[in-house]
Design a protein around this ligand. Structure first.
Ligand code: MGD
Ligand code: MGD
Ligand code: SF4
Ligand code: MO
Length: 750
């Protein structure tokens, strides 16, 4: 905690700047705070450190933590986080629906709500078995919550039906790291942003989705005329403002572009043979192949052929490949434009390929760094293994040795964890609609708003018994909840978030929960114990006890963070794993001798890819494949969906803040002036989008952000649920839906 004297005077100018999209220093709110409590911003995967000002038991102010990676800087969402706690529509009492889905949600006591929820779960477990129950979680839940839920479901109920919104988000990145390097999570960190001389930003609107990182990139760009920024995005977003080259290509053609860049790099002998000859193997599907086979494969991706597929100029493809390869240090950054695709894992593999071919890896500023969307998708869900195919710390359900290791650690008989994977998100909601999964516990996510193909998937919520933890009454999913438990929000409880760069940081409890809200670890423990889970299996008094168990779980193995104790987290503003001892400072360059404590000091090579048994990374031969739906004569436009800086997903939080809500009050459709002119559409006109799923009328924003043939909508507005328009085709490996591309008709509405 900091004292009042350390307080930097709040500045109206800072807030004004931040509202224009410029991250800012300074504090927001009441300047009379008498204690400052350390925490992490509730929103994005940038994971900015904050200090929360408290007076008389109330949070009254916020400022950036000068000791965390963000060095005191926050964007407008972070600056305006405190009033969200006290929003009028906070859910502050337990509710149940006594007589089925059409009866009203009524406030009841905790005892009555818990009994109602657990009676139904007990009945389903007894009559239909463990595969008929599920947990659907979130990359916004605390690490302790996700670890606990995963343990209760997989080890306690013996159900692997544990999934969550990271399936909609990071699953393809996980698949990419796992297949290329053998283990999940990036090798680089934000420090690389200060050292890169080339930024390759593909499928990430960093300026709106990770504003504080964008500011750091922009600063680096300004610091040296040598620095080049390449943005590859079919939309001319705010991010491309700082780009030396903006590649606006046909949506869904990234695989061709990335193979085309590899072709040029190899053809022009800009590859680093000493690197890939030593550290890489080449693979086509499951078969080992040679570098010469790879070269032959790349013959299909000459600049001319790739130009035809992508709509780019052949010269630009050559130029971008040369810039990538010839810089002294290239960092790639990507997000949903790459992950939310039916070939998302392949696209991830192809980005890694470029780094392995050129040796832009394992040096300051040279790294493939996947940006994580949610604040705790990395630490809470990926590391904890709270997905249907995973177990903690990079283990997988399908591996008996992995299951046994987890069973031994949890002190349950071998064979307890079922050997079959659980249901991934889309399959889970289908199984709910079919009546196969009869009861679901939904935690810290709003699927009735954010799943694709909503008309199909809300049937699952309508059919299954739904228990939900929630903090805001406006959440669309509450319309389907049979039980709603009010959750302690953000600094009303304590817990760890793990952001993009393997950094774990603690939010300490600053204030009491509003009304009758409770910390979700308490809700989960109470729920599990009433369902007969042994006290000895979950013997925790609080979140700290859970953290200690999880930390010690990782005393060995590639996710070692044994040294990140709660006491250290209270003192320090985040620590990056691997971190094997309490005196270890944390790791910037993973897999690098002398930097990563898991690489033996006497290892013969400077790089050691210890994620795979053969200690090599894999360059994959992945051919171009088109997206699931492409524009055709019937549906001639491509619709893509995504974010705006001021709103967070379903806007249950940002929508309560007038300054944010005023900036973007409703969903809209962005359309190119050329297309608009042809269709007789002017700015502000009503436009109808019609896909094979549904149709919807939205106001037009005529701008050259989208290339001709492409339209974009954000998805935050619950009054215009654009996700009804989307299909739910998933990646063959990661099962992540292709939110980014579907075919649509566009016309002026009468
Ligand atoms: N303000 C705000 N910030 C957020 C969030 C939020 O809701 N609001 N959510 C957080 C979360 S969970 C996530 S996952 C991240 C998402 O962060 P981003 O992925 O950066 O954001 P999106 O707007 O979803 O999509 C990024 C870009 O992908 C582009 N794109 C579409 N199709 C293609 C394609 O075929 N190829 C390529 N290369 N690009 C394509 C779009 O034009 C868009 O500009 O943001 C995080 N940060
Ligand atoms: N069209 C379209 N749809 C998308 C995407 C896209 O790009 N396009 N992106 C997808 C991606 S990447 C993601 S990550 C998902 C996100 O999808 P969701 O996770 O469904 O979206 P959120 O609005 O963040 O939902 C979080 C919920 O948790 C509640 N909540 C807030 N704080 C707490 C708390 O402390 N405890 C509890 N228990 N609840 C709390 C919020 O009120 C809210 O209802 O959306 C996906 N949907
Ligand atoms: S960049 Fe992300 S983590 Fe940082 S203040 Fe903004 S929303 Fe919060
Ligand atoms: Mo996400």
């Amino acid at each position: 905690m900091a004292t009042r004297r350390e307080f930097i005077k709040g500045s109206a100018a800072a807030v004004a700047l931040s509202v224009m999209g410029v991250p800012a220093f300074g504090a927001q709110g009441d300047t009379q705070a008498d204690t400052w409590v350390k925490g992490v911003c509730r929103y994005c995967g940038t994971g900015c450190g904050v200090l929360i000002g408290v007076r008389d038991g109330r949070a009254v102010a916020i400022k950036g933590d000068p000791n965390n990676h963000n060095q005191g800087v926050l964007c407008q969402k972070g600056m305006l986080l405190v009033p969200v706690i006290y929003a009028k529509d906070r859910l502050v009492r337990p509710h149940i629906r006594k007589n089925g889905k059409s009866s009203p949600l009524e406030p009841v006591s905790w005892e009555e709500a818990m009994k109602f929820a657990t009676d139904k779960f007990a009945q389903v477990l007894k009559e239909d078995g463990p595969n008929a129950v599920a947990y659907y979680g979130s990359g916004q839940a605390l690490t302790e919550e996700s670890y606990l839920a995963n343990k209760i479901w997989k080890g306690g109920f013996k159900s692997n039906n544990v999934d969550g919104n990271p399936r909609l988000c990071m699953a393809s990145a996980v698949g990419g790291y796992m297949s290329t390097f053998g283990k999940d999570e990036p090798m680089g960190t934000y420090d690389d942003l200060d050292n890169a001389t080339c930024f390759f930003i593909i499928g990430s609107n960093t300026s709106e989705a990770h504003p504080v990182l964008f500011q750091r990139i922009a600063k680096r760009k300004q610091s040296s005329s040598e620095v080049r920024v390449i943005v590859a995005d079919p939309r001319r977003t705010n991010t491309s403002r700082i780009a030396d080259m903006h590649l606006s290509f046909k949506p869904g053609t990234d695989l061709a572009l990335l193979n085309g860049m590899a072709h040029v790099i190899v053809r022009d002998e800009m590859d680093n043979y000493r690197f890939h000859g030593k550290y890489c193997t080449f693979q086509k599907g499951d078969d080992a192949v040679t570098f010469d086979d790879y070269k032959a494969f790349l013959q299909d991706y000459t600049p001319e052929k790739v130009a035809e597929i992508t709509g780019l100029a052949a010269d630009d493809i050559v130029k971008v490949a040369h810039t990538f390869a010839q810089s002294s240090a290239t960092t790639s950054l990507w997000c949903m434009g790459i992950n939310q695709r039916t070939r998302g894992v392949w696209a991830n593999n192809l980005i890694h390929n470029l780094h392995l071919l050129t040796g832009h890896i394992g040096r300051p500023g040279a790294t493939p760094l996947s940006l994580t969307g949610q604040p705790n998708a990395c630490g809470g869900v990926r590391d904890v293994g709270a997905l249907a195919h995973l177990l903690p710390a990079g283990r997988v359900i399908g591996n008996q040795q992995h299951r046994n290791e987890v069973e031994d650690y949890w002190g349950i008989p071998r064979g307890s964890i079922p050997d079959k994977m659980g249901l991934h998100t889309i399959a889970l909601f289908e199984a709910m609609a079919e009546g196969k999964v009869k009861a679901v516990f939904i935690h810290c996510t709003n699927p009735a708003h954010t799943l694709p193909h909503l008309n199909k998937h809300t049937k699952g919520l309508q059919t299954a018994f739904v228990v939900q933890t929630e903090a805001f009454m406006s959440a669309e999913t509450l319309k389907y909840a049979d039980v709603a438990f009010p959750a302690a929000f953000w600094c009303e409880t304590d817990g760890v978030y793990g952001c993009t760069e393997r950094r774990y940081a603690l939010t300490e409890q600053a204030i009491k929960p509003q009304g009758e809200a409770r910390p979700c670890v308490n809700i989960l423990m109470d729920f599990a114990k009433r369902l007969g889970i042994d006290e000895k299996f979950i013997p925790y008094k609080n979140a700290e006890d859970i953290w200690e168990e999880w930390r010690k779980f990782n005393e060995k193995g590639p996710y070692n963070f044994f040294g990140i104790t709660r006491a250290r987290l209270r003192k320090e503003s985040g620590i990056k794993w691997p971190c094997p001892s309490e005196t270890h400072p944390g790791t910037n360059l993973r897999y690098v001798r002398g930097k990563d404590p898991l690489v033996p000091a006497n290892h013969p090579d400077p790089i050691f890819f210890y994620g795979k048994p053969n200690a090599k990374a894999t360059v994959f031969l992945r051919p171009y494949a088109p997206p699931f739906e492409t524009a055709d004569a019937e549906y001639p436009f491509v619709l893509t969906t995504g974010r705006v800086i001021d709103q967070w997903h379903s806007a249950t939080m940002t929508g309560t803040v007038p300054e944010l809500q005023r900036a973007y009050p409703t969903n809209f459709v962005e359309i190119n002036p050329e297309d608009a002119k042809k269709l007789g559409i002017r700015n502000g006109d009503k436009v109808e989008l019609e896909t094979r799923r549904d149709k919807m009328v939205l106001p037009a924003v005529v701008t050259d952000v989208c290339m001709p043939g492409l339209v974009f909508t954000p998805f935050f507005d619950k009054n215009l649920l654009v996700n009804k328009l989307l299909h739910d085709a998933v990646d063959a490996v990661s099962k992540e839906p292709e939110y980014k591309i579907c075919a649509t008709r566009v016309r002026k509405a009468s």
